[in-house]
Design a binder for this molecule. Structure first.
Ligand SMILES: Cc1cc2nc3c(=O)[nH]c(=O)nc-3n(C[C@H](O)[C@H](O)[C@H](O)COP(=O)(O)OP(=O)(O)OC[C@H]3O[C@@H](n4cnc5c(N)ncnc54)[C@H](O)[C@@H]3O)c2cc1C
Length: 420
């Protein structure tokens, strides 16, 4: 009989989730083939904010979000938009999302979300040591700035929730903000600081790790879209690409926002909606700020990335669509000087912005799970706004699901069947 570790595992998707899955599968001694339709980090893993976020313990469907979302829908410069369309999958997703936007779901989820983000941050440190790759990993925390009473209320409520799960969070006055980051020309009325958060350069991480793996025998094929599967007895025995079929013993579906399109070929419905966001990256000014920021009311993320600084935001439920909406990109850029002084003259052509699609589930947790329909398929998708943060956690868990070492209790919150 074939030894377990001589199994061939195909990973579909060369984003943070696919590459981290390949990393831990390779560590376990499996033969790993990674298939990417485009280039490594071509999807959402490229130009995102790169935050590693124990602070993001509030799931996307949170109490009050529906009301807020409806208000935002009326404003073409708001950070949220749903492209109106008669799409059954979207309607069913929204219905489920509405059901999860409760205080009960929040309290059930927040400690777990914090814990898996923290666990992932530790795995990032290990990966950096094991691989000696430099991807700009720094633990400098995350500072939320607010300018209005509404923003202050949001930060105070978050601080209260953070206390409930023993997550360090400090409300700061302007003079304390100045002390925390002397490079920051703060204009905000106050802030909330999460010291446990970290950040990195996401593209450097994903491409660096893929190259590292390739040098060590992982077979990485870019420009290789998986178009279908070869099935025998409820088992995937191969995947089809335009060039050739690849045989395999197990398949990891890690293709982010595109996962539902491919899972349909297997008769599996994944409740994942693409949620588009934008970012703009420019050179840092001479006296650079160091600490990553969230502009609370505007929902804009700001990430110092060495010589550059990145501004990102917006969540548009508009299907698979990478088109740039210049008005919303401009809204991101216009928000910045309301909070900080260095960027009064941001002269950026909005059409040069990057766009990416977050793969969002209705409950704000990813799907990391085998399926009942196909015995050797593992879904690793649906990470929404925390896919960079959770990538090592996900990859490590995927490898243990394959090897049979993952316990049912640790997989339970992430199973696909929770949506049945
Ligand atoms: C503006 C913005 C800011 C964000 N900020 C953060 C942040 O600060 N922290 C954080 O944790 N997350 C953040 N995110 C979310 C994060 O980017 C995603 O959760 C994460 O990148 C998802 O990774 P993934 O590997 O699942 O998907 P992707 O990175 O999208 O990778 C999927 C890959 O699969 C490939 N693919 C698709 N179909 C096929 C096929 N048929 N065959 C082969 N390959 C295929 C695609 O080309 C793509 O490369 C942000 C997102 C946005 C848009």
């Amino acid at each position: 009989m074939m030894g377990e570790r001589s199994k061939t595992i195909i990973v579909i998707g060369g984003g943070a989730i696919g590459v981290c899955s390949a990393y831990y599968l390779h560590q376990k001694g499996y033969r790993v083939i990674l298939l990417e339709k485009d280039t490594i980090a071509a999807g959402s893993s490229f130009g995102n904010a790169g935050f590693i976020t124990p602070s993001h313990f509030i799931p996307l469907p949170s109490p009050g979000i529906i009301k807020k979302g409806l208000r935002w829908m009326l404003n073409p410069e708001s950070p949220f938009y749903i492209k109106p369309r008669a799409d059954r999958d979207l309607l069913s997703w929204l219905w489920k999302f509405r059901g999860y936007a409760t205080s009960e779901h929040l309290h059930k989820t927040m400690r777990y979300l914090r814990d898996i983000n923290l666990a992932s941050r530790e795995l990032y440190r290990k990966i950096a040591m094991e691989t000696e790759l430099d991807f700009g990993l720094q633990t400098l925390g995350l500072l939320m700035l607010y300018t209005t009473e509404v923003g202050a209320k949001e930060c105070h409520e978050m601080a209260t929730l953070a206390r409930e799960i023993d997550e360090p969070a400090e409300l700061l006055e302007p003079q304390q903000i100045r002390k925390l980051d002397p490079g920051l020309e703060n204009r905000a009325a106050g802030g909330l600081y999460f010291p446990n958060d970290a950040h990195l350069n996401p593209a450097a991480f994903v491409t660096g790790l893929a190259e590292y793996l390739q040098k060590r025998g992982v077979e990485v094929y870019t420009g290789t879209p998986v178009t279908d599967f070869v099935i025998e007895n409820h088992t995937v025995v191969g995947v089809k690409t335009p060039e050739k079929d690849y045989r395999c013993d197990e398949v990891i579906l890690a293709n982010g926002a595109w996962a539902p399109l491919l899972s349909k070929k297997l008769g599996i419905h994944l409740p994942i909606q693409p949620a588009k966001g934008y970012s703009v990256t420019i050179p840092q000014p001479t006296n650079p700020q160091k600490i990553p920021l969230i502009l609370t009311e505007a929902k804009v993320a700001i990430t110092p990335l060495g010589d550059s600084i990145r501004f990102g935001g917006t969540l548009e439920l508009s299907g698979i669509d990478s088109q740039i909406n210049p008005r919303r990109v401009n809204a991101i850029l216009k928000a910045v000087p309301r909070y900080i002084g260095q960027f009064d003259q941001l002269q950026v052509d909005p059409m040069t912005a990057w766009s990416g699609m977050r793969p969002c589930t209705p409950d704000g947790l990813p799907i990391i799970s085998r399926t009942s329909k196909i015995s050797n398929l593992i879904i690793a998708a649906g990470h929404a706004m925390i896919g960079i943060s959770l990538a090592p956690f996900t990859g490590e868990l995927v490898a243990r699901i394959v090897s049979g070492e993952a316990s049912p209790s640790e997989i339970a919150p992430l199973r696909l069947e929770r949506f049945a």
